[in-house]
Design a protein. Structure first.
Length: 180
């Protein structure tokens, strides 16, 4: 028996305060979703995007997944994604596995992420996963410091926390209009 598609939420569901569990298991039910932001919605250590899922998704944001250590993207998942933002996932150990399959990805941005993670994608001998992100045109690491955004390029990741700010590519105002 097929369920009836939800076209609008009942008034009781609009206030999500009482929502205890939400599962997005079959993304075929979200065929036109183009922008998804997930904030503190998952407590596991591995997040997987399965092949065939999120076929029209263009922007994905992952924010404050405290226990998340790995993200896996199967070949064929999110084929149209253009921007991926990962924020405040302090336990993340590696760049998403399978990110190299995202052929349309143009912007990869890390907000307030551990320097240890960023070292894995440095364009030097320490960057074991640099090959995964090398073809992405814009890879940035961004931190909020002293009342403004400091943006670092992929090349400056290996230079340490005091690397030169990349304000010629993007400034605070542009950053806010891109993601927020």
């Amino acid at each position: 028996m097929r369920g009836t598609p939800i076209t609008k939420f009942p008034i009781e569901v609009v206030n999500l305060y009482y929502l205890k569990y939400l599962s997005l298991r079959n993304t075929k039910n979200l065929p036109n979703l183009v922008h998804l932001e997930l904030l503190q919605v998952y407590d596991g250590d591995t997040l997987r995007f399965m092949a065939g899922g999120f076929k029209k998704l263009k922007q994905l944001g992952l924010d404050k997944f405290d226990e998340l250590r790995f993200v896996e993207i199967q070949k064929g998942a999110m084929p149209c994604i253009e921007k991926l933002s990962i924020q405040r996932c302090k336990s993340l150990e590696k760049v998403p596995l399978g990110i190299e399959h995202l052929s349309e990805l143009r912007v990869l941005e890390f907000f307030d992420m551990p320097h240890k993670l960023l070292k894995t994608i440095c364009p030097d001998e320490e960057g074991e996963d640099y090959w995964r992100v090398a073809r992405i045109p814009e890879v940035y690491s961004t931190y909020w410091r002293g009342g403004g955004w400091e943006v670092y390029s992929l090349e400056s990741f290996s230079e340490g926390e005091n690397a030169p700010m990349l304000n010629t590519v993007i400034n605070s105002w542009e950053l806010q209009t891109r993601w927020k």
